[in-house]
Design a binder for this molecule. Structure first.
Ligand SMILES: Nc1ncnc2c1ncn2[C@@H]1O[C@H](COP(=O)(O)OP(=O)(O)OP(=O)(O)O)[C@@H](O)[C@H]1O
Ligand SMILES: [Mg+2]
Length: 391
């Protein structure tokens, strides 16, 4: 089985990763750079697992990867979810999951493609109430792209004038405005396979090459535990197998700052040798487990429980989309049937309305509920074994 790697210009990680896997000399696994040049409809991928570091900037790769998932390959990271994600949604999700996050709002764009005129925008309020926005986030505030990286178009603003100037410079980018977290500590977590998390002190205020500064005692054990838990919660919910999650720590609370890094910096000179080796070892272990079907993206290695089964996950499981959606629907009907049967049973016990229990037109029979419950259990077992996921 082959592991394929899609990369851009980075040059310390790719060859080292391929060499690391090939040096294991496994009888069933080899790794190489993917070679692609136009893909036919339904074409089976040559690779069992593909590690994608660049499809956000090469649209053909993204299209190729979606079909690869449909044909049964495992892609790190899931190309469907990556296409959907943005920092605003992530903040909303984080808030819902109980992971501390700065107050954040999303703004209408400054500019649009030429075909969009003011008539096209009649749903938008104008002018925008800048002061109300800053009242919500507080000052200073951060304005940054909803999808972005490399600190491009990230601005710290101190008043309405600076906000409007930074917003105007954003052009066609979708921007978010965020409370600035005045932090005492800052960490970046490299997250592999959702649950495998390395917390590294990271100082965003010093030059690039000095930012990662390994120090195992940087956080108290309790804070370290909370950071790991929160990073796990986010990666599990988002479904990323390769990500970095940043936290700014203010008054002992870790606030999630940036957790949309699905092609994280793995350069040895920036993350430093010890972390680099950790990435090579743990990412190799992950792709080998996925290739062999010993784990699936929905139940990563080293876990006893499968990842949370979020609703969108069913759509994202390319290879089993139809079956998955149908399965989910059957399970939902099953749950309803079980609940109905329980209600009828309770009513019977109370000596209440008996007719309904024997009237197939009125409520499902208790046996229908049992059967549905069995179906649900079977489906769940399949998820844990990974047999419905990686095909
Ligand atoms: N809400 C915030 N509070 C405090 N600092 C912030 C906030 N948002 C961003 N920053 C600072 O700006 C930096 C860049 O922001 P962010 O990480 O969101 O952008 P990015 O372009 O994705 O960067 P990267 O390439 O490092 O992932 C952060 O490392 C952090 O230092
Ligand atoms: Mg980022």
């Amino acid at each position: 089985m082959k592991i394929g790697l899609l990369v851009g210009r980075e040059n310390t990680f790719p060859q080292a990763f391929i060499d690391y896997i090939n040096a294991l000399a496994l009888p069933d696994i080899t790794a190489e750079f993917c070679k692609l040049g136009g893909t036919r409809m339904g074409e089976p991928p040559e690779y069992r697992v593909i590690v994608d570091r660049i499809s956000h900037e090469v649209p053909y790769y993204r299209a190729y990867l979606k079909n690869a998932v449909l044909q049964g390959a495992v892609v790190i990271n899931d190309p469907f979810w990556w296409s959907t994600d943005d920092k605003y949604f992530e903040c909303c999700l984080s808030d819902k999951l109980g992971v501390a996050v700065p107050r954040t709002m999303v703004l209408p764009n400054k500019d649009y493609i030429p075909e969009i005129t003011s008539e096209s925008l009649r749903n938008l309020v104008a002018p925008l109430d800048w002061q109300a926005m800053l009242d919500y986030t507080g000052l200073p505030a951060i304005l940054k792209p909803a999808i972005g990286g490399g600190w491009k178009n990230v601005s710290k603003v101190h008043n309405v004038e600076e906000l409007v100037r930074a917003f105007d410079a954003g052009g066609q980018l979708l921007m978010i405005l965020q409370e600035f977290i005045e932090f005492q500590q800052y960490v970046r977590c490299i997250c592999l396979g959702k649950h495998n998390i390395k917390v590294i002190p990271y100082n965003p205020l010093v030059p690039f090459a000095e930012r990662y500064a390994p120090d195992p005692h940087y956080l108290t054990p309790a804070l370290h535990e909370r950071v790991v838990h929160d990073a796990w919660t986010l990666c599990d919910a988002l479904g990323y197998d390769m990500n970095t999650v940043e936290f700014a720590i203010r008054d002992g609370v870790p606030y999630a700052i940036d957790f949309l890094n699905p092609a994280p910096d793995f350069d040895s000179f920036s993350i430093k040798e010890e972390n680099f080796q950790w990435v090579l070892e743990n990412l190799s272990r992950l792709v080998i487990a996925y290739a062999r079907g010993e784990a699936s993206p929905w139940s990563p290695p080293g876990t006893t429980v499968p990842g949370h089964d979020y609703r969108w996950a069913h759509t994202l499981r390319g290879g089993e989309t139809a079956a998955g959606v149908l399965g989910a629907a059957v399970a939902e009907v099953g749950h309803t049937a079980v609940r109905a049967a329980e209600a009828v049973g309770a009513a019977l016990k109370r000596g209440g309305h008996k007719k309904g229990a024997h009237d197939p037109g009125a409520t499902p029979s208790p046996r229908a509920g049992e059967k549905a419950a069995k179906n649900t259990a079977r489906r769940k077992k399949g998820d844990q074994a990974g047999d419905t996921v990686v095909g």
